[in-house]
Design a binder for this molecule. Structure first.
Ligand SMILES: *[C@@H]1O[C@H](CO)[C@@H](O)[C@H](O)[C@H]1NC(C)=O
Ligand SMILES: *[C@@H]1O[C@H](CO)[C@@H](O)[C@H](O)[C@H]1NC(C)=O
Ligand SMILES: *[C@@H]1O[C@H](CO)[C@@H](O)[C@H](O)[C@H]1NC(C)=O
Ligand SMILES: *[C@@H]1O[C@H](CO)[C@@H](O)[C@H](O)[C@H]1NC(C)=O
Ligand SMILES: *[C@@H]1O[C@H](CO)[C@@H](O)[C@H](O)[C@H]1NC(C)=O
Ligand SMILES: *[C@@H]1O[C@H](CO)[C@@H](O)[C@H](O)[C@H]1NC(C)=O
Ligand SMILES: *[C@@H]1O[C@H](CO)[C@@H](O)[C@H](O)[C@H]1NC(C)=O
Length: 428
């Protein structure tokens, strides 16, 4: 993940030309600033405050950092010991300086506290997110931050990345992050947030959204697929209900999506088959059912497909076993009943695993009693016909869908997903 993170940061910062690569400031700048008032004129307050600092922004940052330092009572890596003196850019571990474009001043542009294990009785992010007014990123993976996220986050005019993963945040989703309109990276995994994830999150222009390993337990918002995120992980929560049909909206952007280990139910919407850029799709350990939609044969880039530990049934479609890039297809602990020659080939070479299903003639299957019990009361899908729809087939003529079933799909494969069009308005 570290790689994705720095890569995205690199892209953002280079593409946007947000900050010039320039941490050093010539001593003249300070000198010039100091003499602005003209010979002999008394120095005004703000100018006094900059004395010895590279800029007034750094003089302000100094106060903020020193106040924050008092709140860190546990610092096993002795990071805060470096927070002394006036040369923040050179000496202070965890603070990254850059020139902020609108002011053309050296400032604290980023915070990187990843893996610092900071703790304290009231260790909040507020001081820094309010006080460091030019922040572009705040990365604080693996600390013990707690409390709320200040709504002042909306005043950070260049704020791109927020990583609060593996901290001690709790309560409902931090709605304040919705004010950070430029955010491209939001990582809240490994906290103990509960309730739901608000629909508006999926309208932020994010590249990456990680909310896995919390206690979210509501239905996924219908707008889920409106997200332009490339990487979406919702795993290890308690989300209920179905996978929203809107997921097809993410066709041009979504690369990897993890629904793993929630309490999702219902059938897979055929719209998942529209995700032509996706390489990873994981719905393992849920309560999903129905057949594998035939649209899955359109997942031309799919590499890792995990359907394990659900209640899927019928055949494993040969066309899915023929996907060109598939290298791990896990279908264990379901109620599949058939595999054809192509799928058998994948079983033989270790790509497809169908352990604990109802496929007669294969080893390690469920008992006949188990299977009979399941099929005596087999759950059905509401949109049964759409399960046969193959959106990538030429002219879609080979399927027998009625127009009422296709209604929202006729639009789906071709049109610009909203994410893209909004995305054009923002720099990423
Ligand atoms: C931090 O400082 C303490 C006391 O000065 C020292 O015992 C400890 O080894 C230091 N830890 C690290 C990781 O440098
Ligand atoms: C920014 O400031 C530096 C010196 O502090 C100056 O050389 C440069 O021309 C300024 N750039 C802009 C765009 O004002
Ligand atoms: C947070 O504090 C608890 C209790 O002191 C500790 O067990 C845990 O490892 C800390 N977490 C991190 C990420 O430092
Ligand atoms: C914790 O810190 C926040 C932010 O500085 C402050 O508003 C709050 O009063 C503090 N709470 C306690 C219990 O000290
Ligand atoms: C986590 O935050 C709660 C308050 O929300 C606090 O009572 C608890 O001590 C914190 N745990 C750690 C390890 O800091
Ligand atoms: C799965 O769904 C069935 C109904 O289809 C329900 O009875 C069962 O409790 C659900 N299991 C879980 C773990 O949510
Ligand atoms: C394939 O994926 C499954 C589930 O995601 C995982 O448990 C398994 O280890 C993977 N197998 C290989 C060979 O990578």
């Amino acid at each position: 993940m570290g790689n994705i993170r720095s890569f995205l940061l690199f892209i953002c910062i280079t593409l946007i030309h947000l900050f010039a690569i320039n941490g050093e400031v010539a001593p003249e700048e300070t000198l010039n600033t100091m003499t602005v008032g003209g010979g002999g004129a008394p120095l005004t307050e703000p100018l006094l405050a900059t004395r010895g600092f590279q800029s007034d922004r750094l003089a302000q940052a100094y106060k903020v950092i020193q106040a924050f330092k008092k709140k860190v009572t546990y610092d096993p890596k002795n990071i805060t010991k470096t927070w002394v003196g006036k040369n923040i850019c050179r000496d202070y571990k965890g603070f990254i300086c850059d020139v902020v474009p609108d002011l053309n001043k050296t400032t604290v542009a980023g915070v990187n506290f990843n893996n610092n294990n900071f703790n304290g009785p009231n260790l909040t992010v507020s001081e820094l997110l309010i006080g460091l007014k030019d922040l572009a990123f705040f990365h604080a993976n693996s600390n013990n931050f707690t409390g709320i996220i200040p709504s002042d986050i909306s005043r950070l005019r260049y704020f791109l990345e927020l990583d609060l993963s593996n901290n001690n945040f709790s309560g409902i989703f931090p709605y304040e992050v919705l004010h950070a309109k430029k955010l491209v990276f939001l990582d809240l995994r490994f906290n103990t947030f509960l309730g739901g994830v608000p629909p508006q999150v999926f309208l932020l222009q994010l590249d990456l959204l990680f909310v896995n390993n919390n206690n979210f337990r509501q239905a996924l918002p219908r707008y889920l697929g409106f997200t332009p995120a490339l990487y979406l992980t919702l795993a290890n929560n308690k989300f209920i209900g179905g996978i929203p049909r809107s997921i097809g909206r993410a066709a041009n952007t979504l690369r990897e999506v993890l629904f793993l280990n929630n309490k999702l139910n219902g059938c897979l919407p055929y719209e998942i088959g529209l995700l032509k850029k996706s390489t990873v799709f994981d719905v393992g350990f849920n309560n999903l059912t129905g057949p594998i939609p035939h649209s899955f044969q359109c997942l031309k880039k799919m590499e890792l497909l995990n359907l394990a530990h659900n209640k899927f049934y019928n055949e494993v479609p040969e066309a899915v076993c023929s996907l060109p890039r598939l290298y791990n297809f896990t279908a264990t602990y379901n109620y599949f009943t058939q595999v054809g020659p192509q799928c058998r080939k994948l079983i033989k070479n270790g790509v497809l695993n169908v352990k604990m299903n109802c496929i007669s003639g294969l080893p390690n299957q469920r008992s006949q009693a188990d299977c009979a019990k399941f099929f005596s009361n087999r759950p059905t899908c509401r949109r049964e016909k759409s399960m046969h729809y193959v959106p990538c087939s030429r002219g879609n003529s080979a399927n027998e869908l009625e127009s009422s079933d296709v209604e929202s799909t006729t639009a789906a494969p071709a049109p610009a997903p909203l994410g893209r069009s909004y995305g054009a308005l923002t720099p990423h």
